[in-house]
Design a protein around this ligand. Structure first.
Ligand SMILES: [Zn+2]
Ligand SMILES: [Zn+2]
Length: 142
């Protein structure tokens, strides 16, 4: 019988598990639950500001369904204020979906109609389109 003891590393911010120090360091650095994160998508190194968004939020009703991996009371967007809230979060981080997720997570909003994957796909589609425009402007032809 062979027994292998392995160290397991847990993220300080969200509790996610990793088996190597390099992996946990990389994750913690960019973890969207980390208030001091460095964004791996847009490169933003400043902490995300969450205070300006309090006006759009109210405490979430307490229920077993409501679970957040960031400790503290959970919140939800006030009904009818979803669109201005998302627009303001979007503008605050120049549309970076990872930074938007960081704000939403750090505000401890547990239930929101916002779709991270759709936002991420739209963000990359926009960046790729921009690169193609720049290449076209530089005279590249395919
Ligand atoms: Zn984490
Ligand atoms: Zn970002």
């Amino acid at each position: 019988m062979k027994i292998i003891r392995k160290l397991v590393y847990y993220c300080d911010h969200c509790g996610k598990r990793y088996l190597s120090r390099a992996a946990i360091n990389k994750h913690e650095r960019g973890c969207t639950a980390n208030p001091k994160r460095v964004c791996g998508v847009c490169g933003n190194t400043g902490p995300v500001q969450t205070e300006p968004f309090a006006q759009y939020l109210e405490p979430a009703p307490v229920s077993e369904d409501w679970q957040a991996d960031v400790p503290g009371a959970t919140r939800q967007v006030v009904e009818g204020r979803y669109d201005p809230f998302i627009a303001e979060v979007h503008d605050a981080v120049n549309g970076c979906p990872a930074c938007m997720l960081a704000i939403i997570r750090q505000l401890r909003i547990t239930r929101i109609a916002w779709d991270y994957k759709a936002a991420r796909d739209a963000y990359w589609a926009e960046i790729n389109a921009e690169h193609l425009r720049q290449e076209a402007a530089c005279g590249y032809h395919f």
